[in-house]
Design a protein around this ligand. Structure first.
Ligand code: MG
Ligand code: MG
Length: 259
């Protein structure tokens, strides 16, 4: 069972997730055709260290970088490299930090320049899936209520939900119980209790739900090589409404100023 967090612990988690939000906004400033994913990783690492935190993913299970950068058919866990982003790509940037003994963990999918309408719709629907999931993250509901809401919304738009990778509890460890799948049945799974902190992170594919792992041992690709999108919030479960510890407001300010 997920240990419930005290209000003090939730405030530390909020600060850390706000730092992740700001890091993703800093990355957003630099996303453009021609930039390498390794350069984005360097920017994020420097930003996190400058703010008194430690990258949460670097070294986690042997992962070699600060960000997971997953482009187009890459679902999650892409390793930053010399790949240069190009016009029309979409890129999921997932970022974690550790500070004061607790983690932060959030992700956002960005368009590189102009992307085709299908990719735009995939991103929009995945973002909506996240919001639908968050609406269910209230005390007394069950984990299956979150998954059901996400799955229902994705599939109603003809998209599919990755089964192999799921959301999770967040705290002193990056991945704590319970698992938070993006699919499921209403009223099933562990009960959500006030003070639980969970990451909700829909990974939604344009085509089939099946995925495979790259030979690099990390990167997850869609089986049909069609695009995938991914957004992630950390939320504290509360009585009537989830308390969202992440914000995309910083990112969206940057995106607006780039247009
Ligand atoms: Mg996560
Ligand atoms: Mg994450």
């Amino acid at each position: 069972m997920n240990r419930l967090k005290s209000d003090e612990e939730i405030e530390i988690l909020r600060e850390n997730n706000l730092l992740v939000s700001q890091t993703l906004a800093e990355v957003a400033r630099h996303i453009r055709p021609g930039v390498t994913t390794r350069e984005l990783d360097r920017i994020a690492e420097e930003f996190i260290l400058d703010h008194g935190a430690i990258p949460g993913f670097k070294g986690y299970g042997g992962f070699p970088a600060t960000l997971c950068t997953s482009v187009n058919d890459q679902v999650v866990h892409g390793i930053p490299s010399e790949y240069e982003l190009k016009e029309g790509d979409i890129i999921s940037v997932d970022c974690g930090v550790i500070r004061n003994g607790f983690y932060g963990d959030s992700a956002y999918t960005f368009a590189v320049g102009e992307v085709d309408p299908e990719k735009e719709e995939l991103m929009r629907v995945t973002r909506e899936c996240l919001e639908k999931g968050v609406e269910q993250a209230v005390a007394g509901n069950r984990v299956g209520d979150i998954g059901h809401a996400v799955q229902q919304h994705a599939e109603s738009h003809g998209f599919s939900v990755v089964r192999e990778l799921v959301g999770h509890g967040l705290g002193k460890k990056l991945h704590e119980p319970p698992e938070v799948p993006n699919f499921g049945k209403r009223g099933r799974g562990p009960k959500l209790r006030e003070g639980m902190v969970i990451c909700i992170e829909p990974m939604i594919n344009m085509g089939v739900k099946e995925v495979y792992q790259d030979r690099d041992g990390w990167t997850i690709h869609t089986a049909d090589r069609k695009p995938s999108a991914h957004y992630e919030y950390a939320v504290a479960v509360r009585k009537n409404k989830a308390d969202i510890l992440t914000t995309f407001a910083y990112i969206e300010e940057v995106l607006k100023s780039k247009n």
